[in-house]
Design a protein around this ligand. Structure first.
Ligand code: NDP
Length: 336
């Protein structure tokens, strides 16, 4: 049983030395437990917060020497649980390891899913985040302008495509020409701009002649700075993530621009609302599953996966996620 444990708390960007690959015996399930074989491990930006001494408010930090936490699609390899049989495909929290035990409370049966990795992306947490954040908080109206960064990623790609289905004009921001081309030609965004373009602010203003009505905040940083002056009266800003800052060691130098942000919020009557998707499962997830299942099946929403082979390659892939090296929902294929 191979597993990746947290070897050190990263200082700034994580390095390969912050994670250690260990070999331990395969655990045996006790009465009421199942043994899970990991098939696909999800790599997600929130995991960076779990590596800090103190984790994010909604999740516990991973302790030094403990396996990294994470969602995974697994197959039941042994069962002493009345509701699970050997061979069942489940979504759970196996973490960064070949095998894990579960008491079943965190497991969602997946039945005979043709593409099980979709349970981690297009039919799972990231796409649900997009669906909830955009529709319940962003509430785009036909003809409005929606802007979203990390536009080809697990969340952003779905935000833009749902916004198009709702009749909005969609402006994406993504890392590099290939991603931008994909956002426009494959995902149907109206425009996509390179986040590293030194003229991003100017080009975004040109791309949004009527301002921005919904800014789905995935990244913070330079993109937020470029968006701020373009927000319209009564703009909505679902605050989903600020990945540009996850590796920050301290607050940035320079003038304090909080008053600028706050006066914009005030004068433009902007509604900014942070949300953590864990709070919204239950009935709301079932509505998402129905709608998204149909959109994917009918080709109205496309989902792209970036599949990395082998558990041992998870650390490098995760480090790359925080630099924009992934192209689509990042998953690690651990076993067949
Ligand atoms: P993605 O698949 O979009 O991958 C992350 C992307 O972020 C990269 O590909 C890159 O895209 C972009 N990125 C990386 N580093 C930087 C940087 N320094 N500055 C700007 N952009 C950067 O990840 P997800 O779709 O899973 O997550 C997107 C956001 O949503 C994250 O902020 C995440 O934390 C958040 N999130 C929040 C949830 C919630 O409950 N609130 C739930 C799930 C996700 P590119 O190269 O195109 O710039």
């Amino acid at each position: 049983n191979r597993r990746l444990v947290l070897a050190a708390h990263p200082k700034g960007a994580p390095t390969p030395q912050d994670l250690r690959l260990e070999e331990v015996p395969v655990p045996q399930p006790a009465e009421g437990q199942v043994l899970l074989r990991t098939l696909y491990l999800s790599l997600d930006p929130y995991m960076r917060g779990l590596m800090n001494v103190v984790g994010p408010s909604y999740a516990e930090a991973v302790k030094l020497g403990a396996p990294m936490a994470g969602g995974a699609v697994s197959r039941v390899a042994a069962s002493k649980h009345p509701h699970f049989r050997v061979g069942d495909l489940v979504l759970g929290n196996a973490g960064w390891q070949d095998y894990a035990l579960s008491d079943g409370k965190d497991l969602m049966p997946l039945g005979d899913m043709a593409r099980p990795s979709l349970a981690l992306g297009g039919l799972g947490m990231p796409a649900f985040t997009a669906h909830y954040g955009l529709l319940d908080i962003g509430q785009p109206q036909p003809g409005e302008t929606v802007a979203v960064a990390a536009a080809t990623g697990a969340v952003g790609s779905v935000v833009g495509q749902i916004a198009k289905l709702k009749g909005a004009r969609v402006v994406g921001i993504a890392g590099g020409a290939d991603k931008c081309k994909y956002a426009v030609e494959e995902l149907g965004f109206d425009v996509c701009l390179d986040r590293r373009d030194p003229e991003l602010a100017k080009k975004l203003a040109e791309a949004c002649p009527d301002g921005i009505d919904v800014y789905f905040e995935n990244v913070g940083g330079d993109v937020f700075d470029a968006v701020l002056p373009l927000l319209n009266n009564h703009a909505r800003v679902p605050v989903c993530g600020i990945i540009a800052h996850y590796n920050d060691k301290s607050l940035p130098d320079g003038p304090n621009r909080l008053p600028l942000a706050m006066s914009t919020v005030l004068q433009k009557r902007v509604r900014m609302e942070g949300f953590i998707i864990l709070d919204h499962y239950g009935e709301r997830f079932r509505r998402f599953s129905r709608e998204m299942g149909e959109w994917i099946a009918t080709g109205k929403v496309k989902v792209r996966e970036d599949v990395v082979e082998g558990l041992e390659n998870a650390p490098q892939a995760f480090i790359g996620l925080l630099e924009g090296k992934n192209f689509g929902k990042l998953v690690v294929k651990v076993a067949d």
